[in-house]
Ligand binder design. Structure first.
Ligand SMILES: C[S@@+](CC[C@H](N)C(=O)[O-])C[C@H]1O[C@@H](n2cnc3c(N)ncnc32)[C@H](O)[C@@H]1O
Length: 443
């Protein structure tokens, strides 16, 4: 029996994420997906993202219907079950028999023929609602309730409740489970007119005047997108780039894929800008994205840059856990381990120390992450400033007030964007990724 191309591709991607720790964001932009017809591509993406977003709830559903523990199931069988369970429980427009048959065939195709009757029985039980739907109970302790209701790992929810309180954690978790909006950064109004004439419908952004939200249409097929005149970029990421401000020599020391370098270049068309990225292939992404003559992209380690300092603006947008981006990257939820946070902390401290060394007197560095975790944010900045002489932490409120005064920042409630002297966006409080930023100045 033939299996629908969308389900086949979705299954293969889910299996690779599960077995090889591959990243959904990369696999969903691969050639395999590009070769599908547009409707199949849309369905494959929806299936992969949906299963990753709701994975623990689907597993609860499967466990309630299965006669053996999930741990004993082969990855091929479990992922085929998750794929169908998602369609049965969430994507209810899909006919149940199509979802079930294709998953049973996928089990056979994965050389697990002997598990096909088991998969069939489990899925029929879920479809016929012979198992009680697994509903989290509001009487449960808040942490386990939120973790189960919104399909998040309990250890992370526990940390967030301690840091943000229960209600704000609920807002974050709820936001993470929704399909995120696509935000763009516009460099001029003519581009907006051009996009409209090509069938792309836009609405104003929420945080920034230069930002728009995609309402309708395929931006990636427009001339402006192909020619690099419009950029898909979350509004919080745009705001961090705006914090970098202006200068005559700028350094972006962790640059790929180049979203913030591009925004810095737009603000500083006459400055000398260096964008460094450790991985050569990722440095290539920045070169492709930022083609202005005043930008030099180098493949180099931020810890050993072949540069002699003297920069008046430095951005260190460091590698991080990405816990502020679960709406876009739900696979991270299931990959992250608590030990990773302290490894990242060590790396981030080293990069920030090296970034500060590149500043000229009076110059400013912006340190940023798309993480909600203190170890990667406040704790990094505080540790570096504690044992490095000659730098002071600036108050982000002042920077945000300046952006409000020029009309660039539209968001009125500055308090909600701040945590002490730091910038902090919180998914669900603002409709964007969770970013952290600190501004430091060399005396
Ligand atoms: C969070 S991403 C940067 C995103 C980018 N600023 C943007 O807005 O598009 C961090 C980047 O730093 C790179 N990286 C990691 N360690 C590095 C190092 N030691 N030196 C330079 N780049 C590094 C990673 O490969 C990754 O591309």
């Amino acid at each position: 029996m033939s299996i629908s191309p969308a389900r086949t591709v979705a299954f293969d991607i889910l299996l690779r994420i599960d077995q090889q720790n591959a990243y959904a964001s990369e696999l969903l932009h691969s050639e395999r997906l590009d070769k599908l017809a547009p409707t199949d591509r849309g369905l494959a993406m929806e299936l992969v993202m949906g299963v990753l977003r709701w994975r623990s709830r689907l597993d609860d559903e499967i466990a309630a219907a299965a006669s053996r523990p999930l741990k004993k199931l082969d990855a091929e069988v479990l992922n085929a079950l998750r794929l169908a369970a998602y369609q049965l429980q969430v994507l209810t427009r899909v006919p149940p028999h199509a979802a079930i048959n294709d998953s049973v065939e996928l089990v056979k195709r994965a050389q697990k023929r002997s598990a096909a009757p088991f998969a069939n029985a489990v899925l029929r039980k879920i479809a016929e609602a012979r198992t009680e739907p697994v509903q989290p109970s509001a009487d449960e302790a808040p942490v386990s309730f939120l973790a189960r209701e919104y399909a998040h790992p309990e250890w992370l929810v526990e940390r967030w409740v301690a840091q943000f309180g229960t209600e704000r954690t609920r807002q974050i978790c709820e936001f993470d489970q929704r399909i995120p909006t696509t935000s763009l950064r516009l460099e001029n109004v003519d581009t907006e007119r051009e996009l409209t004439s090509e069938g792309v419908k836009l609405a104003p952004g929420v945080l920034l005047a230069s930002s728009r939200t995609l309402v309708e249409g395929d931006l990636t097929r427009t001339h402006a997108y192909i020619e690099g005149r419009v950029f898909i970029q979350d509004e919080a990421s745009q705001l961090v780039a705006a914090l970098v401000g202006t200068g005559s020599r700028l350094l972006d020391c962790c640059a790929a894929p180049g979203g913030k370098t591009a925004a810095m270049t737009w603000r500083n068309p006459a400055a000398q800008i260096i964008a460094a990225e450790i991985h050569e292939h990722r440095a290539g992404l920045v070169r492709k994205r930022v083609r202005a003559a005043n930008v030099k992209v180098i493949a180099a380690d931020a810890l050993q840059l072949p540069l002699n300092g003297g920069f008046d603006r430095v951005l260190a947008d460091v590698p991080c856990s990405g816990t502020g981006t679960f709406a876009r990257n739900p696979d991270i939820k299931w990959r992250l381990a608590v030990g990773t946070l302290s490894e990242l902390h060590t790396k981030q401290v080293a990069i920030l120390r090296a970034a500060l060394q590149q500043l000229a007197a009076g110059g400013r560095a912006v340190y940023s992450t798309c993480s909600l975790e203190k170890e990667e944010n406040e704790a990094v900045v505080e540790e570096v400033l504690r044992d490095t002489e000659g730098y002071q932490l600036r108050d982000c409120r002042e920077e945000l007030e300046k952006l409000r005064a020029t009309g660039e920042l539209k968001w009125e409630d500055l308090d909600s964007l701040l945590n002490g002297r730091f910038l902090r966006t919180v998914p669900g409080v603002q409709p964007c990724d969770g970013f952290f930023a600190a501004v430091m100045e060399k005396r």
